[in-house]
Design a binder for this molecule. Sequence first.
Ligand code: PPE
Length: 317
Amino acid sequence: MNEADFIWMNGEIVRWEDARVHVLTHALHYGSGVFEGIRAYETDRGTAVFRHRDHLARLARSAELYYMDLPFTQEKLREATHELIRRNELRSCYIRPIAFRGYGEMGLFPLNTPVEVVIAVWPWGAYLGEEGQRHGIRVKVSSWRRMSPDSFIPQAKACGQYLNSILAKVESAKAGYDEAILLDDQGHVSEGSGENVFVVRDGVISTPPATASILEGITSASVKQIAADLGFEVVERDIARGELFQADEMFLTGTAAEVVPVREVDDHLLGEPGELTQAIQKRFFEAIKGQREEYLEWLDIVDVEQPSVSQEQVGTA
Ligand code: PPE
């Protein structure tokens, strides 16, 4: 991976290589953590964290859903992230805050185990490839179903839940595809291993509803807003697998993936990115780069003027 210099760990900035945990960390054994994926982009106004507060609010909600008390406020985590971006001297980056049950007690009852919070930032390029972002990716509907809402909480971005995504991702990669699409337990389209799904038919954009076991994406919410502003109709409804094959256009959204066109589903050709996909993709890239007034409220600018902490404050240096 693309390493940076520093990581924020439980209130202290430590060197990248010193950000370590004990092997009996609860989350390592049971997946008892929650996390976020956020991106910061270079804009004319400086480095801008995209929908920062919305991501931190989701982190807090995910934590609450798994009975975790975050030992830091969202505002503190926001400031820590700004500080970390400054310290690492990054103009654009991926941001990964994670809150997890640490070292203290083993066994499934987690409530006596301390909660640790870490934030890492690093440069991360096109998640599904530059080529995929331009010309579309090839996806395969997975034989694995997205976790049922009566076994897990799909709305939470929780570590252990990602084993479900990993099974689907590995299956699709081994079969030679770029990404997996999971159906929900009812057989309706749910989402990608790490992205929400949008389908265009006859000029109408459809996306699965919250009841389809999706993670309610922040990129997806932004894209819905952009699509509406462009005058397109967006409908949340159950989508059948067969509708994907007959789509005029299809695309995936996510923080890491951004907006990625799909050119093939289960070997059915959809073709090069369509008109609506391209219009939405273009507007989304303008929004994240601060090139459109109407979306400036989505940007949390990292103030470079803030003095950086001195070397003495660096833990385990
Ligand atoms: N569904 C899932 C399962 C998911 O993991 C993501 C984000 C989304 C939908 C889209 O959500 P949003 O980022 O708020 O638009 N996936 C994150 C993790 C990727 C990874 O490989 O790690 C991400 O994009 O950061």
